[in-house]
Design a protein around this ligand. Structure first.
Ligand SMILES: [Zn+2]
Length: 456
């Protein structure tokens, strides 16, 4: 009778498994094998602070609620404007014999006009919460005045080449590395929201930063060789662009953007010329949220050592506010009202916290301070040692004083062909001879040695 050969059986099983993996590999591609083997990172999206707004009304309510938060928390707001004439849209027509020369001249003055309009805007920081209530109509979004809303925070990332791909550009093949089915859905921490405002609506008319009306004045002021006989501006579309951090509901950026068509008639040498062009105007608000940040969040001090922490405040007029400093354990580390630190006699960890209060809210940042005992000397557990080739011995470094906090030691063999030493101090005999093994303290100030004789 033939005995059951378990070894032969195991080989067959292993071969079947290997063939199966090969077939799966051919069938599904290398990317899928990677995920079967668990090499693919598990993606956990950051959770939004508030529920993700979905419908038209929910998005507008969310933007208004974030504006309300901004009024309460009083971020610093920087305001700027920009104006752009679309050169491609510029057209000049008329009957006068001077038209070609005039067209060339218009093309020539387009940049000076644009510069003059831009220079007429004042860029300024805005006291968002108290005086400038005129901001309210701009950013209080009335749902009836809106023709459409979009919110986006999703994108795709290629798990093979890490390329980011927008939702619009999504396909089953990565545009960068051409791998198939490698794009994975990801979420930005920031919502990008566009609110399309009806140009005949109150929300649009109440825009406290109307800039396009200035164009007429500037054109008239610039007109030294021509006469402006007709000026018409038509607002084609308007939108509010908002970026909000969905993890904190804080607005980063808010812009009011208008695209308009300008039609003018200019009289030059008594001949009328029609000029039309498209212009784009932007009123931009950039938000800096109040807070405090320290220059470092981890420090080590020696007994009686000193250092200083620097706190940077972000808010309107930070010089008006005082930082309060506290220590979680003054026996370990003291802090004075300027942020100067002095280590005490007790060794250990203390948390130093800087805080300041702005608009009834207290903001804090903290630094972990470790007060340590420096080494004052070092010995090894053995000064002389005999080893046979291939034999090992564990040697230990002893620091003085006994409570030295930094006990890290670097090991070094004078001649690795005779004996080696690993990171933990384990010595191995390699060949016949005598060699010195060194231990060096982490601060580099102390060392100790052991002479090792290796025999057959
Ligand atoms: Zn790719």
């Amino acid at each position: 009778m033939k005995k059951f050969d378990w070894k032969d059986y195991i080989y067959k099983v292993v071969i079947v498994i290997l063939i199966s993996f090969f077939m799966i590999g051919v069938g599904f591609g290398a990317a899928e094998i990677l995920s079967i083997e668990g090499n693919e990172e598990i993606y956990t999206p950051a959770k939004s602070l508030s529920p993700v707004p979905d419908t038209h009304d929910e998005i507008i309510a969310y933007v208004n609620s974030c504006i309300k938060i901004a009024y309460e928390r009083m971020p610093k707001v920087d305001y700027s404007q920009s104006f752009d004439i679309d050169s491609n849209s510029l057209s000049v027509s008329g009957n006068g014999s001077g038209l070609p020369a005039f067209s060339a001249a218009v093309n020539h003055i387009i940049d000076p006009v644009r510069d003059a309009v831009e220079a007429s805007y004042e860029s300024t920081g805005i006291d968002f919460y108290s005086s400038n209530k005129s901001l309210v109509p701009l950013i209080k979004v009335n749902a009836d005045d809106i023709s459409g809303v979009t919110l986006s925070y999703e994108y795709y990332k290629c798990k093979m080449c890490n390329e980011s791909v927008s939702v619009q550009d999504f396909s089953d093949t990565c545009p960068a590395c051409s791998n198939k089915d490698t794009l994975k859905l990801r979420y930005n921490d920031v919502y990008t929201i566009e609110i399309f405002v009806k140009t005949e609506s109150e929300t649009f008319k109440n825009n406290p930063f109307p800039i396009s009306d200035d164009i007429k004045t500037i054109l008239q002021n610039e007109a030294k060789i021509y006469k402006l006989s007709k000026f018409a501006i038509k607002h084609d579309s308007a939108r509010i662009y908002v970026e909000i951090n969905r993890l904190t509901d804080k607005i980063n950026k808010l812009e009011f953007i208008t695209d308009s068509s300008v039609d003018t008639t200019i009289e030059y040498n008594d001949d009328p010329f029609e000029i039309s062009c498209k212009v784009n105007e932007k009123s931009k608000l950039n938000f800096t949220w109040p807070g405090v940040s320290l220059n470092t969040h981890k420090l080590a001090l020696e007994k009686k050592g000193t250092d200083v922490l620097k706190a940077t405040l972000s808010c309107d007029d930070p010089l008006l506010y005082e930082v309060t400093w506290t220590s979680s354990d003054e026996n370990i580390c003291e802090v004075d009202e300027e942020g100067y630190l002095t280590a005490g006699k007790v060794f250990g960890n203390a948390t130093i916290t800087a805080s300041f209060t702005f608009g009834d809210i207290t903001y804090t940042d903290s630094c972990d301070v470790r007060v340590c005992v420096p080494a004052e000397g070092m010995d090894l557990s053995k000064g002389k040692l005999k080893l046979k080739i291939g034999e090992t011995y564990q040697i230990f470094a002893k620091m003085q004083p006994k409570d030295t906090t930094d006990t890290l030691v670097f090991w070094h063999s004078e001649d690795k062909s005779i004996a080696t030493v690993d990171e933990e101090g384990k010595i191995t005999g390699v060949s016949e001879g005598v060699v010195v093994i060194y231990a060096i303290s982490n601060d580099g100030n102390y060392y100790s040695s052991c002479t090792v004789e290796v025999t057959e």
